[in-house]
Ligand binder design. Structure first.
Ligand SMILES: Cc1ncc(COP(=O)(O)O)c(C=O)c1O
Length: 478
C-alpha cells in the first residue's frame, strides 16, 4: 500500500506540508553556524504525512484493539476515565516545584493513594516515587540494606530468590550489591521449604517472593517461610506484580511481608504496553517507615506536607514519581470501590481457570491444580508434530490475537503463559479458546502452516537472533 512505505520513500523534490518559513523567521533565531540547508529530510505534503502515520498507527496492537493475554504483564483494559482524570489541567499542568500551599490537591491525591494502597496490602505506609516495578524492587532492597546497616548487622550480604522468579528480582538484588542465592522450587513453582532451611543463615538479608508465583500458584507455605526467614533476622520482600489475583481477598502484610512493591501500571490499569509509563510504589510495615525514600507526603493538621524519613535511603528519582500514573491508580480504585476490587481478583482467577480447563486436552498442563490469575502450559500436548510454542504464538497473530508470554517461566521447555485478566468477556475467552484449538488441529493436520506463521501480518517471521545482533536502525546505512 502506498502509505505503508517509509516516509522517505514518499518524498518528492520541493513538496511541502506547511510553510513555516515566515513564522520561524520571527520566532526562532538560530545562530547562523547552526543552520544547515543540506538536511536529508523527506519532502512530503501534509496529507502524505497524515495518511502515512495514521496507517502505521493502525498496524499497532494494543488492549484497545484486541485480546492481549500476555502472562505476567496483566494487560487489562484501561478505563478512559482514568486518562481523563490524569489529563485534568490542574494535574497535567502542575509544575513539580509548585509550593505545597498551591498544590494541596495534588498532595492529597498522593496521600490518599498511599493510604488506599496501604489498606489493600496491609502495609503501614507507601512511597510512590519508584517509576517501575524493577525500580520498586531496587528501592525495597536498598531499604533492607539500610535497615540492617542501622541495626549494626553488617554481615548480611545475601538475598534469596526462587528459581521461578521474574528476572528483575535477581537483577535488582545484584544492583543493590547483594549476592543472589537461588532457592529451588517444587514442581508447582512454590518454594521448597527444605532447601530454604538449608540456605537461610545470619548472612542472609532477606528473601524476595512473588505470590501468586510466576506459575500462577499461591504460595501456601508462606507462614512457614516467614517463620524461617524472620527466625534468623532476615526480611521478607513481596514482589506485588501479581497482586491482581489477590485484590480484596488477601493482604501481603498479613502474610508476614515487611516490604512490598506494586506494579500499579498493571494491577490498577495504566496503558503500559511497550514499556511505559509505569510506577512501582513501595510499601513497608510500621517498623520500616523511617527508611522509605524521601520525601513522602504526611498530614500536618489540615495540610499535606512533605516529610523526609529519619533513616531514609534518599531520593530514588526526580520529584515525586510518575504522578499521572498515580492519578490513574487513584481514579481506578475509587471508581471500582471496595466491593468491586474484590471482583477483580474473582474474575481474574475464574477466567484463567476457564482457559486452563478448556485447553488442557490440546495443550500440556504440567500443573493441574487450581491456578490463580494465570495459567502456564508446556506447549502443545502432541509433541510429535514438531510445532513449538514459538510457532503457536506466531500463528495467533494471523488470527488477530496477541500471543501469550512464551518461554517464561523457565521451569518448562515450552512455557506458554496465558493471563486473560478480569476485564474480558466470556465471548472473548471462547473466541481465544476456539483459535487455540484450531491451531492445535492445524499442528496435527498441516504443521507447516503453523511453523511458517505469521502469514497475514505486515512483517513475516523475523530472524530474531540476526535482528538482535545486527539491528538496522537507520533508513540509510551511511
Ligand atoms: C513478577 C514481576 N516482577 C517484576 C516485574 C517488573 O516490573 P516492571 O516491568 O514495571 O519493571 C514484572 C513485570 O512484568 C513482573 O511480572
Amino acid at each position: 500500500m502506498l502509505y505503508d512505505k517509509l516516509i522517505f520513500e514518499l518524498s518528492s523534490p520541493s513538496r511541502v506540508g506547511h510553510d513555516l518559513k515566515h513564522e520561524t523567521n520571527n520566532l526562532c533565531k538560530l545562530p547562523a553556524n547552526l543552520l544547515r540547508d543540506n538536511l536529508d529530510l523527506p519532502e512530503v505534503t501534509e496529507p502524505d504525512v497524515v495518511r502515512h502515520y495514521t496507517n502505521v498507527s493502525m498496524k499497532n496492537f494494543g488492549v484497545d484493539t484486541g485480546f492481549y493475554p500476555l502472562g505476567s504483564c496483566t494487560m487489562k483494559y484501561n478505563p478512559k476515565i482514568n486518562d481523563q482524570m490524569a489529563s485534568l489541567s490542574g494535574f497535567s499542568g502542575l509544575h513539580p516545584l509548585t509550593p505545597n500551599s498551591a498544590s494541596q490537591g495534588a498532595l492529597q491525591i498522593l496521600h490518599e493513594t498511599d493510604s488506599m494502597l496501604a489498606e489493600i496490602t496491609g502495609m503501614a505506609k507507601f512511597s510512590l516515587a519508584p517509576f517501575a516495578g524493577a525500580q520498586g524492587e531496587l528501592t525495597g532492597l536498598m531499604i533492607i540494606k539500610q535497615y540492617h546497616t542501622v541495626q549494626g548487622d553488617l554481615k548480611r550480604t545475601k538475598i534469596i530468590v526462587p528459581d521461578s522468579a521474574h528476572g528483575t528480582n535477581p537483577a535488582s538484588a545484584s544492583v543493590a550489591g547483594y549476592e543472589v542465592i537461588e532457592v529451588k522450587s517444587n514442581l508447582d513453582g512454590t518454594v521448597n521449604i527444605e532447601s530454604l532451611k538449608e540456605l537461610m543463615s545470619d548472612e542472609v538479608a532477606g528473601i524476595m517472593l512473588t505470590n501468586p508465583n510466576t506459575l500462577g500458584i499461591f504460595e501456601k507455605d508462606i507462614l512457614k517461610i516467614r517463620e524461617i526467614v524472620h527466625g534468623q533476622g532476615g526480611l521478607l520482600y513481596y514482589d506485588g506484580a501479581n497482586l491482581n489475583a489477590l485484590l480484596g481477598h488477601a493482604k501481603p502484610g498479613h502474610m508476614g511481608f515487611d516490604i512490598v512493591h506494586l506494579n500499579v501500571h498493571k494491577t490498577f490499569s495504566t496503558p503500559h504496553g511497550g514499556g511505559g509509563p509505569g510506577a512501582g510504589p513501595v510499601g513497608v510495615t510500621k517498623a520500616l517507615i523511617e527508611y522509605l525514600p524521601g520525601p513522602i507526603v504526611v498530614k500536618d493538621n489540615d495540610a499535606f506536607v512533605f516529610y523526609t524519613p529519619k533513616h531514609s535511603i534518599g531520593r530514588i528519582g526526580t520529584f515525586y514519581g510518575n504522578f499521572s500514573v498515580i492519578v490513574r491508580t487513584n481514579s481506578y480504585i475509587k471508581t471500582l470501590g471496595k466491593n468491586n476490587l474484590e471482583n477483580v481478583g474473582n474474575y481474574a482467577v475464574l477466567n484463567a481457570n476457564y482457559i486452563k480447563e478448556s485447553l488442557k486436552d490440546d495443550y500440556l498442563l504440567p500443573i493441574e491444580t487450581v491456578c490463580m490469575h494465570e495459567v502456564v502450559f508446556d506447549g502443545l500436548k502432541d509433541k510429535s508434530t514438531g510445532v513449538k510454542t514459538l510457532d503457536v504464538a506466531k500463528r495467533l497473530l494471523d488470527y488477530g490475537v496477541h500471543p501469550p508470554t512464551i518461554y517464561f517461566p523457565m521451569l518448562f521447555h515450552e512455557s506458554l503463559m496465558v493471563e486473560p485478566v478480569e476485564t474480558e468477556s466470556k465471548e472473548t475467552l471462547d473466541h481465544f479458546i476456539s483459535i487455540m484449538r484450531q491451531i492445535a488441529l492445524e499442528a496435527r493436520e498441516n504443521p507447516e502452516i503453523v511453523k511458517s506463521a505469521p502469514h497475514t501480518t505486515v512483517v513475516g517471521r523475523l530472524d530474531e537472533v540476526l535482528a538482535a545482533r545486527q539491528p538496522r536502525l537507520k533508513f540509510k546505512d551511511n
